[in-house]
Design a protein around this ligand. Sequence first.
Ligand SMILES: Cc1cc2nc3c(=O)[nH]c(=O)nc-3n(C[C@H](O)[C@H](O)[C@H](O)COP(=O)(O)O)c2cc1C
Length: 159
Amino acid sequence: MKSLLVYSSKTGNTKKLADAIFENLPGEKEVCAIDDAPTPDGHDLICVAFWFQAGKPDPKSQEYLAKITNQKVILAATHGAAKNSAHAQNGMKFAEGIIPDAQVLATFSCQGEVSPQFMEKAAAKPEPPPWLPDAKTAQGHPDEKDLVALKECLEGLRL
Ligand SMILES: Cc1cc2nc3c(=O)[nH]c(=O)nc-3n(C[C@H](O)[C@H](O)[C@H](O)COP(=O)(O)O)c2cc1C
């Protein structure tokens, strides 16, 4: 199996998920930051790791997802919102909606630390984002427990 892992990470949280995924992928594999990523063509499995912006995958990841056709896909994400919150689930559903013809093998998401400066800026907005109250508990994430859960999720796929 030929796998391609593409990740988008502004502050390093999602890169931690990408590193853990890459370590646990069997067979021929390639990892690329999203700006350097080749097209998904010619790969059996595409893993896309993205961060949440405005309740959705960050714009570069949305653009990349749109290039995926009928490949097998694993989606991973970090967000300030709580794990398994409606916000987190809806953002992941949005990502899946971009790749209707793909075979999504697994989705995984967890919190990713948000800088205090950004939280302050967001809190000062006339309408602070709905995920902001959760973001305080994102500190230190992804942590070891998150990465173990991700590894278990991948092992369960028996790739
Ligand atoms: C500009 C900006 C917008 C964000 N929007 C959201 C959002 O809509 N929902 C959310 O849960 N987290 C949001 N976050 C938090 C990030 O998704 C989170 O910190 C993520 O782990 C960042 O990943 P990275 O370190 O790989 O860049 C936002 C962060 C920034 C800086």
